[in-house]
Design a protein around this ligand. Structure first.
Ligand SMILES: Nc1ncnc2c1ncn2[C@@H]1O[C@H](COP(=O)(O)OP(=O)(O)OP(=O)(O)O)[C@@H](O)[C@H]1O
Ligand SMILES: [Mg+2]
Length: 847
C-alpha cells in the first residue's frame, strides 16, 4: 500500500492519474524517458527485461523503471502483445518554462483490441474488440477493428451462437457490463480464448446512455440510417463500445463512421468445434496456420485481400445469388489468365492502405505511411483500366473504384519522396511546398558557409592560422585559440572557457549568425510538424473514398486469390442452389491432397439428399480414409458457399445452413470435462440445433465409453437425426452393426472405404464403395504402426479366439502354458479383457 501523504507533490500527481487507470501500466514522460513507478515498474521490469531501480529519499523509496522516449513504440508493442494495457501520460508544458509542478495529462491508452500501429498487428487478420450485452439467453454484440475502421453489430439468441461468433472473429479484447462477471463460467470461457476482458459500468449499457453515445459518435439524431434503431441489444453493446474506445483513444475515431448490422442468419453457422475440426484458420495439432484451409488460400497480394479471404472462409454465405456472384467473378479471372496476372502484379504494389488510413485518422501515421499510401493509390488507375471491360457484376462494380487522384496529388506535392521515419530531424516536407519553409531551409544551408566565412575572416584578421570555429551544445558556436596564440586574440573576443590546450571565445557577429541558424532549425521543426498535420487533415477530406477503395481492393484481391488457387490446384466452378442435394464427383480433400505424393490422392464422389440418401454410414479399416473423406465433403461445401471453386471434377451444392462436426476425442481439462463428456456435449449441440438444411459429420461417436453404451448412443443418435431432424449426415463408425440401420430406417445408405488384403498386410485403396464391411483390420494397422511383433501376434491370437466364441459374452481368459510364457516374455501384466466381443454384443443388442 502506498502512503499517499508521505509522497512528493510530483508523486502525488502521478498517483492521482494512476487512480483513474488502475488496470493499465502508466508510462509518464520525464525528460528523455518514460518512467513507470510502483507495481507498474515491477511489472515492466519483469516483462520487458529492463532494470528496476528506485528513487526518492531514504524513507520513501519508490520502485522505478524507465525507457528512452524514442524506443517507446517497441516496448509498448511488447507489453500489449503480452496482454497488458498501457496508458501514456505526457508533459503538457515545457518543463523549462513551467512554474512549479509540470502539468501532465493522459493522452492515450493502448489496449490489445484498439491498437493501430503495424508492429502490434498481424497484417492478415483483423484485430477486433467485442462489446457484449447479454440479457438471459439473448445477446447484442458489437465488433470494432480500430486498425481498419470496420464496425459491426448483431443480436441473436443462444450461447452456442455467441461462442461461434467469438471464435469466428477471435477478438483480442472485450468489454461487458460489470454484473456479467457474476457468471464466472461464461467469463472464464471467454478468457480461455486469450481475450482481454474489461468490465464497464452497467450504466454505459443502458438504453438511453448507449443511444446518446451513438448519436454523439455518428453525429446524428437518427440511428435509422444504420439499421439498428430496432435492435435494442445492439444499441446497448455498440453504445458502450464507442464510449470505451473514445475514452481510451481520446481522439475522435471518425473512420468508424458507419456501423454495419448483420444477421447470423446471413452466414453458414460454423460452431467453434467445427472451425477447429475443419482446420479453417488454425490446425488441431498446435493451433498454427500450418496445413489449414487459410494457408492454402493465403495467396492474396495485399493485407486487405488476405483479411477478406480469411473472413470469407469463416463466413460462407447462404444466398445462392451472392455466392454465384463470387463464382462468376472468380470464373472470369480464371478464364482470363493475362488479366488476372496483370491485376495481381499491380496489387503487389499496394500496401495496407486500410490500416494506414486508420493511422491517419488516429494521428499516428508517419511520412513513410503517406508515401506507401501514395504509391498504392498510383496503382488504382491501372487497375481501373484493366477492369474496364469485365463482364461479371462484382468485377464491374469494383471497376467503379475512385482513382483517388486528389488524395495522391496532395501527398505527392507535399511529402518528400523518401522521407525519414520520424519527424525528429525534419526533411519530411518537400522543397517548394511552402515558401516560409524554403526560406528557413536556405538560412540553415547558407549558415554553414557563413560560419566557414567567419573562420576565414578571423584567421586573416588575427593572423592565427590554427584558429577554428566549432560547435557544442553548451555554448553553441565558439572560436577556439590554442595557448601559443593567446597573445594575438583581439579585444572584442569574449572569453567563455579555458581548456587544457587553449581558450574558447565568442564574438557578437558569431552569436548573431548562430541565433539565425539555430532559430531557423527550431522553426523548421515546428513548421514541418504543422505542415504534416495539415496534410493529414486534407487527406481526411477523402476519407470515405479512400475507405471504399481499400474495401474494393480487398474484394478484388480475394477474388483474384480464389481464382489463382483454383488454377493452381485444378478446381472447378461449383453449382450452388437451393435444392436439397449435394452431389460431388471425384472430390478431393483440399489440404490433404497437397501433402499426398503427387497424383496419389484418390478422388471420391458423394451423393446426399433429403430423402433416400440422407445418411451415409461409412465403415472400413482404420487408416482407410473415412475421416479424410467426410471432412473433404464438409470443406467442399464450405468452399463452394464461400465463393471459391472446389477440388472435384464437378460439384453441385444445395445450400447448407450449418456444418456440424463431431470428430475425434479430446479432454477439456481446463473446464473440468472428461473426454466422454466433451463428446456428449458436442453431440447434444448437434441434436438440439441441426436442421434439415444442415450437414452433419459424425466421426465415430460413442467411442469414449464402453462398447455397449457407445453403440447404443450411436444408434439412437442416428435414428434421431433421420427421424426428427432430416439433416444430411456422414457417419463413420467401427460399430459394424450400424450397417443394419438401413434395414430398419429409410434414408440410409452404407458405404465402406476399400482395401485389399495381401497375406498379413492390407493395401489401402482409399476408394469409397457402396455397402458396409464388418472388419476394421485394427490389428493389421497396429502392425503397420510398429507395435512390437509379440504384441501383434498375441493380439491376432486373441482376435481369432474371440471370433470363435459363441457370443455368450462370457469369455474365459485363456491361460495355457504357451500364453503364460508369452506374457512373461512381454514382461508386463495383461488385464483380463472386458466381457464379450463386439460382434456378440452387437448381436445381442440388436438381434
Ligand atoms: N483419398 C485418399 N487418397 C490418398 N490418401 C488418403 C486418402 N484418404 C486418406 N488418405 C490418407 O490416409 C490417412 C488416414 O486417413 P483417415 O484418418 O481418414 O483414416 P480413417 O479411416 O478415418 O482411420 P481411423 O478409422 O483410424 O480413424 C490420411 O492421413 C491420409 O494421409
Ligand atoms: Mg478416422
Amino acid at each position: 500500500m502506498v502512503d499517499y501523504d508521505s509522497q512528493t507533490p510530483m508523486m502525488r500527481q502521478l498517483l492521482d492519474i494512476k487512480k483513474k487507470h488502475p488496470d493499465s501500466i502508466l508510462m509518464t514522460r520525464m525528460g528523455d524517458f518514460y518512467e513507470m513507478f510502483f507495481d507498474d515498474a515491477k511489472t515492466a521490469a519483469r516483462e520487458l527485461d529492463i532494470t528496476l531501480t528506485s528513487r526518492g529519499g531514504k524513507h520513501r523509496q519508490v520502485p522505478l523503471a524507465g525507457i528512452p522516449y524514442h524506443a517507446i513504440d517497441s516496448y509498448i508493442a511488447k507489453l500489449v502483445k503480452k496482454g497488458y494495457k498501457v496508458t501514456i501520460c505526457e508533459q503538457m508544458e515545457d518543463p523549462k518554462k513551467a512554474v512549479g509542478l509540470v502539468k501532465r495529462a493522459v493522452v492515450r491508452t493502448i489496449t490489445p483490441g484498439s491498437v493501430v500501429e503495424s508492429n502490434m498487428l498481424d497484417s492478415k487478420s483483423n484485430n477486433y474488440i467485442i462489446s457484449i450485452f447479454r440479457d438471459g439467453d439473448y445477446f447484442g454484440i458489437s465488433l470494432a477493428d480500430v486498425s481498419t475502421g470496420s464496425f459491426l453489430t448483431t443480436s441473436f439468441k443462444g450461447r452456442g451462437k455467441f461462442f461461434a461468433e467469438m471464435s469466428r472473429f477471435s477478438p483480442k479484447e472485450c468489454v461487458m457490463p460489470k454484473t456479467l462477471q457474476l457468471d464466472k463460467v461464461f467469463v472464464d470461457e471467454i478468457k480461455k480464448q486469450g481475450v482481454y476482458v474489461n468490465y464497464l459500468d452497467d450504466d454505459l449499457f443502458r438504453a438511453d446512455t448507449a443511444r446518446d453515445a451513438l448519436e454523439k459518435h455518428f453525429r446524428t439524431k437518427y440511428l435509422e440510417g444504420f439499421g439498428i434503431k430496432d435492435m435494442p441489444l445492439s444499441i446497448k453493446s455498440s453504445g458502450a463500445l464507442v464510449r470505451y474506445l473514445s475514452d481510451t483513444q481520446m481522439k475522435e475515431l471518425s473512420h468508424l463512421n458507419r456501423i454495419h448490422t448483420y444477421s447470423t442468419d446471413d452466414y453458414m453457422i460454423l460452431d467453434r468445434q467445427t472451425q477447429r475440426n475443419l482446420e479453417i484458420c488454425a490446425n488441431i495439432s498446435d493451433g498454427s496456420e500450418k496445413g489449414t484451409l487459410f494457408e492454402l488460400f493465403d495467396h492474396a497480394k495485399t493485407p486487405m485481400g488476405a483479411r477478406t479471404v480469411k473472413s470469407w472462409l469463416l463466413h460462407p454465405l447462404l444466398d445462392a445469388g451472392k455466392i454465384s456472384g463470387r463464382h462468376d467473378a472468380v470464373a472470369e479471372l480464371s478464364a482470363n489468365v493475362i488479366l488476372r496476372k496483370d491485376i495481381r502484379d499491380h496489387l503487389d504494389n499496394v500496401y495496407d492502405i486500410e490500416r494506414i488510413l486508420s493511422r491517419i485518422v488516429c494521428g499516428s501515421a508517419n511520412a513513410r505511411d503517406l508515401i506507401a499510401m501514395k504509391m498504392s493509390m498510383l496503382e488504382i488507375p491501372h487497375i481501373k483500366k484493366l477492369l474496364s471491360s469485365v463482364r461479371s457484376s462484382m468485377l464491374s462494380d469494383i471497376s467503379g473504384i475512385d482513382s483517388l487522384a486528389d488524395a495522391a496529388g496532395c501527398i505527392q506535392e507535399s511529402i518528400a519522396d523518401e522521407p525519414p521515419a520520424t519527424m525528429r530531424d525534419g526533411g519530411v516536407i518537400k522543397d517548394g511546398h511552402n515558401a516560409e519553409l524554403d526560406n528557413l531551409r536556405s538560412v540553415t544551408r547558407d549558415g554553414k558557409s557563413w560560419i566557414a566565412k567567419i573562420e576565414d575572416d578571423e584567421r586573416k584578421r588575427t593572423g592565427i592560422n590554427s584558429l577554428r570555429v566549432r560547435f557544442n551544445k553548451v555554448f553553441g558556436y565558439y572560436i577556439e585559440v590554442t595557448k601559443a596564440n593567446l597573445d594575438r586574440v583581439p579585444s572584442d573576443y569574449i572569453r567563455k572557457q579555458t581548456t587544457v590546450n587553449g581558450e574558447r571565445f565568442i564574438t557578437a557577429d558569431l552569436k548573431e549568425k548562430e541565433s539565425l541558424i539555430l532559430g531557423a532549425e527550431e522553426k523548421i521543426k515546428a513548421l514541418e510538424l504543422n505542415l504534416f498535420v495539415e496534410v493529414l487533415t486534407k487527406l481526411m477530406e477523402h476519407l470515405d473514398k479512400m475507405k471504399d477503395a481499400a474495401f474494393k481492393i480487398g474484394v478484388l484481391d480475394a477474388l483474384s486469390c480464389f481464382s489463382d488457387v483454383a488454377a493452381q490446384n485444378n478446381y472447378v466452378k461449383p453449382v450452388v442452389n437451393d435444392s436439397d442435394t449435394i452431389r460431388i464427383s471425384d472430390g478431393r480433400h483440399p489440404t490433404v491432397e497437397l501433402i499426398s505424393d503427387s497424383g496419389r490422392f484418390v478422388p471420391n464422389s458423394t451423393y446426399l439428399d433429403g430423402s433416400c440418401d440422407m445418411m451415409a454410414v461409412i465403415t472400413g479399416p482404420n487408416m482407410a480414409g473415412k475421416s479424410t473423406y467426410m471432412r473433404q465433403v464438409a470443406l467442399i461445401v464450405l468452399m463452394a458457399q464461400a465463393g471459391s471453386f472446389v477440388p472435384a471434377s464437378s460439384a453441385s451444392v444445395g445450400i447448407v445452413d450449418r456444418i456440424f462436426t463431431r470428430v475425434g476425442a479430446h479432454d477439456d481439462l481446463s473446464t473440468g470435462q472428461s473426454t466422454f463428456m466433451v463428446e456428449m456435449n458436442e453431440t447434444a449441440n448437434i441434436l438440439n440445433n441441426a436442421t434439415s438444411k444442415s450437414l452433419v459429420i459424425l466421426d465415430e461417436i460413442g467411442r469414449g465409453t464402453s462398447t455397449y453404451d457407445g453403440l447404443s448412443i450411436a444408434w439412437s443418435v442416428a435414428e434421431y437425426i433421420l427421424l426428427k431432424i432430416g439433416a444430411k449426415t456422414l457417419f463413420a463408425t467401427h460399430y459394424h452393426v450400424m450397417n443394419r440401420l438401413k434395414d430398419n430406417l429409410s434414408g440410409v445408405k452404407n458405404y465402406h472405404v476399400s482395401v485389399r488384403e495381401d497375406g498379413d498386410n492390407i493395401i489401402f485403396l482409399r476408394k469409397i464403395e457402396e455397402g458396409g464391411v464388418d472388419r476394421s483390420y485394427g490389428v493389421e494397422v497396429a502392425r503397420l504402426a510398429g507395435l512390437p511383433s509379440e504384441v501383434v501376434d498375441r493380439a491376432k491370437a486373441m482376435q481369432s479366439m474371440f471370433e470363435s466364441e459363441d457370443g455368450s459374452g462370457d469369455v474365459a481368459f485363456p491361460v495355457d502354458e504357451d500364453t503364460k510364457k508369452k506374457i512373461d516374455e512381454l514382461g508386463s501384466a495383461v488385464d483380463a479383457p472386458s466381457k464379450g466381443r463386439d460382434g456378440s454384443m452387437q448381436k445381442k443388442l440388436f438381434g
